[in-house]
Design a protein around this ligand. Structure first.
Ligand code: PMV
Length: 345
C-alpha cells in the first residue's frame, strides 16, 4: 500500500516566536496557506516479518538517498511511536520531493513535515479505521506536524489557519491548528511574491531564535501583543478591512525582527536590501493607495502580500523597482491556496 500527499508551505501573519514543552507556542498565530511551494511525500508500507520494535525506513529525497534527511526522519518517527504504535511493525519506504529548489530561502520543513504527517495518518486509518472522521484525521495530522516542526501544523487547511490557545478564538488549541473559515473572499485571492534578498542559510536557526525568547525582556509583552493581534486580524479578515490587515501584518513582521535584535546575544537577519524594499513598498502604497503590504519570516526575504485585483500593477512595481534589490533579481511567485491534497493511494 502506498499513500501520496501533497502539502504546501505557509506564511505567518501573526508570528509564532517563543515556545515551551514540545513545540507548544507561547502565543497564538495565524497564517496564509500557500500553494506553489509544496512537498509531495509518498509512503509505501509493508508488514515486517518480525516486530523488532525498531523504526525501519528507507528515504529518498528527489529520487536519491539522503542520509542527513533519513536520520532526521528516523529520529522523528522514533519520537512519535506512542502516537503510531504500528510503525515499528512496518517497513516504510518514504520518498519526497519539493516543488521549489533547496536553498531559496523558503523553509521546506512546514511542507515536508505536514506531508509526512498526513501520510502517517492515512496509514493509521488504513490499518485501524481510527481516523475515519475527517476532523479527527486532520487534527491528528496537525498535532504530528507540530511535533515535527512547530509552524508546520498550520500548513494543511485551505486559505488560513490558526494555532495556539486564544480566549478570543473558539476551539483554538496549543496542540494543533484549526482552519479559519470565515475569511472575506478577497484574502483567498492574495498573492505572496517573495522578494529574495538572500538565499544563504540563515546564521541563527529558528530553533535558536525561539530559545532566546526565554530571556528576552520584552517576551511577556510580546505574547500579549500577538494574542491581541490574532483577534484583531481575524476581524480584518472577516470584514475585508485591508488597511487594518496590512497594519497588523507589518507590525508583526517588524516585531519578529525587533525581538531578534533585542535578544541576548542580539542578532540581525535583515539585510540593507530588506530595509530598502520595506521603504519602497511603503512609499508605493502612500503614493498609489493600493493595498500592497509586506511580511517577513525569520530571514531577510520580503513577502509582498496583495489581492489579485492589483496583480498587474504590483508586477510592474516588482519588475521596475523591487527586483533590483533582490539577489540576482530573483522573485518567487506564490499565492494563497487550498491546503493539502491526497494525490494517490
Ligand atoms: O516552526 P518554526 O520552529 O520553524 O518557527 C517558525 C517561526 C516563524 O516562521 C518565524 C513564524 C511562524 O509563525 O511561522
Amino acid at each position: 500500500m502506498k499513500y501520496t500527499w501533497r502539502s504546501p508551505s505557509n506564511i505567518a501573519l501573526v508570528k509564532y516566536w517563543g515556545k515551551h514543552g514540545i513545540q507548544l507556542p507561547r502565543n497564538s498565530s495565524i497564517s496564509f496557506t500557500l500553494s506553489n511551494a509544496f512537498s509531495e511525500t509518498s509512503i509505501e508500507f509493508t508488514k515486517k516479518n518480525a516486530d523488532n520494535n525498531k523504526v525501519e525506513i528507507e528515504f529518498l529525497f528527489e529520487g536519491e538517498k539522503n542520509e542527513a534527511f533519513q536520520n532526521r526522519i528516523e529520529k522523528f518517527l522514533n519520537s512519535i511511536v506512542s502516537y503510531f504504535p504500528f510503525i515499528t511493525s512496518l517497513n516504510l519506504q518514504i520518498s519526497s520531493i519539493n516543488s521549489f529548489p533547496h536553498s531559496t530561502g523558503i523553509a521546506s520543513s512546514a511542507s515536508a513535515m505536514s506531508a509526512l504527517a498526513l501520510g502517517l495518518c492515512s496509514i493509521e486509518n488504513e490499518l485501524t479505521g481510527a481516523l475515519s472522521n475527517q476532523e479527527d484525521f486532520m487534527r491528528k495530522a496537525s498535532i504530528i506536524s507540530r511535533l515535527g516542526s512547530g509552524s508546520a501544523c498550520r500548513s494543511m487547511y485551505p486559505y488560513l489557519s490558526i494555532w495556539g490557545k486564544n480566549d478570543g478564538v473558539s476551539n483554538s488549541s496549543d496542540e494543533y491548528a484549526i482552519p479559519f473559515t470565515e475569511s472575506n473572499e478577497i484574502y483567498k485571492t492574495f498573492h505572496d511574491s517573495i522578494l529574495i534578498v538572500s538565499s544563504d542559510e540563515k546564521k541563527v536557526s529558528s530553533t535558536a531564535g525561539h530559545e532566546l525568547m526565554h530571556n528576552n525582556i520584552f517576551a511577556e509583552t510580546r505574547y500579549k501583543q500577538a494574542n491581541k493581534n490574532t483577534v484583531d486580524i481575524i476581524d480584518a479578515l472577516k470584514s475585508g478591512d485591508l488597511d487594518k490587515f496590512g497594519l497588523i501584518a507589518e507590525e508583526e513582521a517588524l516585531t519578529l525582527h525587533a525581538l531578534m535584535m533585542t535578544s541576548n546575544p542580539s542578532y540581525i537577519l535583515l539585510q540593507p536590501e530588506s530595509l530598502k524594499l520595506i521603504s519602497l513598498i511603503r512609499d508605493y502604497r502612500n503614493e498609489t493607495k493600493l493595498p500592497v503590504y509586506f511580511t517577513i519570516d525569520a530571514g531577510p526575504n520580503i513577502h509582498l502580500l496583495y489581492p489579485h485585483s492589483i496583480f498587474n500593477e504590483v508586477q510592474d512595481l516588482i519588475k521596475n523597482e523591487l527586483s533590483k534589490q533582490c539577489e540576482g533579481g530573483r522573485v518567487i511567485e506564490d499565492k494563497v491556496g487550498i491546503g493539502a491534497t491526497l494525490m494517490s493511494k
